[in-house]
Structures are given as C-alpha cells and as structure tokens.
Design a protein around this ligand. Structure first.
Ligand code: SF4
Length: 345
C-alpha cells in the first residue's frame, strides 16, 4: 500500500498524488470534515454522455442500528445550491438526457446554513431542458409532502423513486432505528400514487435481522404485495463493526435466513413478471443505453421506471425510442421500435 485515502479526503487526490511522487514514502489522509468540499468531475472524465450524476449531499446522521455508513462516510454535508445548479446547467447544455442527484439521504438536502430544502431544489432543477431527472437514495423518515406536489407539477421528474423500506414490520423498523412505521411508509406511497398514478417504486430489504419472527417476515412479504415494487435489492442481515445491532444475538439460524431471502426474491420475481406482463402491447419511451452484448442489431434501454428493454433499433445510444412491448420476463422486457408520430418528427 502506498497511500491510504479516506472518503473525506478524496477532493485532495491531486495534491496527494503530487506528494507521493515527490516524497516516495507511504502516507495517509483519513480525516473527517463537516464542510462540503467542491469536486466537479471533468466533463471528459464522465463515464456517460447521456446520464450525468450530480452529488448533492454526503454522509448520514441517522445511525440505523445495523449500518456502518455514518462511521465510514461521516455525518451529513450538503452542497450549496448554486454549485448544484451550475453543474446541472452544464449537463443540460451538454445535451445530457438524464440527471441523477446523489446522496445517502438525498431527500434531506438543504441549503447549508438554512433556506431552500430538497423539494425547492427539485423545483429549480425541473426548469432545465433535461427529459429525466432522478434522485437516489431517499430515506422514508425524511419525506416531505411538498415533494409529491413538486413531482406532480413537473413531468421531467421521473416517476420512479428508490424508497428503501428495509422491513415491512414496524416492530423490526423500531429495532433498526428507522424513523417511520409500516403504516407511515404506506401512507407516503399512497400519496404519491394519488397525485401520480403512474408512479413506481423500488426498495431495499434486509431479512434475518436479529429478532425477526415469522410474523415480521410475513409482514415484509405482504409489503411487497401491497407496493408491487419494480425491483428490490435484498440481503441477509450481517453484523457490521461499531453498530448497535452487532452486539445482539442474531437468533436466526443462517439456513432460515437464507430460506427467507429466497422466498422474498421468488415473490418479488413473480410481482415483476406480473408488472411486466401488464405492459404487453403498451408503447413506452425508452432511453437507449447501449448495444446488446450478444445480439447484433439489438439495443438495450431503460424505461422511466428503470425497466430494462431489449429491442432492435437504429436509434443511437443516448436517444429516446418509442417501443411497443411484445415480450415480458421477470427481469426484462422485449419490444419493437415504432416510428415517431408526425408530431414527434
Ligand atoms: S441505512 Fe441509510 S439512513 Fe440508515 S444509517 Fe445507513 S445510510 Fe443512514
């Protein structure tokens, strides 16, 4: 190892490389900072010319009982709105089709020192000529009803939210130190759907959390049924150093935790298949993201709710195609491109 660099020192990377070159000695920069350090990627260094990722906050103050993030990424730091708008405007001027706002608790962003909050920031960003604006990851405990209004007012705020529930049992959510209940979570989902019936959700779930009973697990499965998520990331609980939960007896035999994970994933696959079959015959707007690695002439794209669609197309990467859905599996869709209408040409 030549140099150990902590997550809060990344903005000094150029300086650190210079230091390494001149001193040729191993070193370390691992200090935490409570202030936002501005670091905008060079446009040439961006991995995509289609989707631009814009960091708006980092860190977390929540200390969920299982999570190591507050220890590794530090406390929340928020980026000033002027810097966010500047970067987003540059992306819009550069022809980016999609902007993704990033933050551990993205919906808790606020102007450093007070003032504008996340819904207000979105309202400003939605004026940009960018077809899809997204944000990840939202913490349900920080939800503000104004977010629903702002999204309903602006069609370029994508109708998809990654909204990690982690469990469908309020008892387990309390043990996880998550600041919402099952009922509260579902109330938010219903509010989004009332304002935007086309709204879709994805989530993360942990199974086998210490003390998770069969009833708690069944509540998680029933939440999957109620929300009908587009996709779900699911994990077996594993203890992390420094966290409160790491001191608790897992209680759950690992074979049972594995069984629950498989049951959850099988249920979710059935839900996704049902969701995808509902789209047969529908026409979706698809952002072409790349060529199919195995099928010549085929492209891969994503829908507004992040469904993967394979279809033959001459639309270049980064363009939008209208695709009629002809086939549906649990993890992807097949379709055929249809010509633009006279109005769209
Ligand atoms: S799970 Fe999310 S909200 Fe909870 S401590 Fe970790 S990063 Fe923070």
């Amino acid at each position: 190892m030549d140099y150990l660099v902590g997550t809060h020192q990344f903005y000094r990377i150029g300086e650190i490389v210079d230091e390494m070159r001149s001193s040729r000695r191993p070193g370390m920069a691992v200090g935490f900072s409570r202030r936002w350090q501005e670091l905008v990627p060079d446009p040439r260094a961006r991995a995509s010319a289609v989707t631009g990722y814009v960091s708006i906050m980092e860190g977390c103050d929540n200390f969920c009982s299982y999570c190591i993030v507050p220890f590794t990424r530090g406390r929340e730091k928020h980026r000033p709105m002027a810097a966010i708008l500047r970067e987003a405007e540059q992306l819009a001027a550069g022809g980016f089709q999609e902007i993704v706002l990033l933050g551990q608790n993205v919906n808790h962003w606020q102007e450093p020192g007070g003032g504008e909050r996340f819904p207000g920031l979105l309202r400003r960003l939605a004026r940009l000529p960018v077809p899809w604006i997204r944000f990840i990851t939202s913490y349900p405990g920080y939800h503000e009803p104004e977010l629903v209004e702002v999204m309903a007012d602006h069609r370029n705020l994508a109708r998809h939210i990654h909204f990690p529930a982690q469990s469908g049992s309020t008892r387990i959510l309390r043990k996880m130190d998550r600041d919402y209940s099952r009922a509260g979570y579902l109330k938010i989902i219903r509010a989004f759907r009332r304002a935007m019936p086309e709204m879709k959700f994805s989530s993360d779930f942990i199974v086998g959390f210490p003390g998770e009973s069969e009833r708690d697990f069944q509540l998680t499965l029933s939440l999957l049924d109620e929300v009908e998520y587009e996709s779900v990331f699911s994990f077996i609980y594993s203890p992390r150093p420094h966290t409160r939960a790491s001191a608790w007896n897992p209680e759950l035999p690992s074979a049972l935790a594995r069984e629950r994970l498989i049951a959850l994933q099988e249920k979710q696959a059935r839900i996704q298949l049902k969701n995808n079959r509902r789209l047969l015959g529908e026409t979706l707007t698809i952002l072409v993201s790349g060529k199919h690695p195995k099928k010549a002439g085929e492209m891969i794209g994503r829908s507004e709710s992040q469904r993967v669609v394979n279809f033959a197309s001459r639309t270049p990467v980064g363009g939008f195609a209208r695709v009629r859905i002809t086939g549906a599996g649990p993890h992807s869709l097949r379709g055929e491109e249809i010509p633009p209408t006279a109005h769209e040409r």
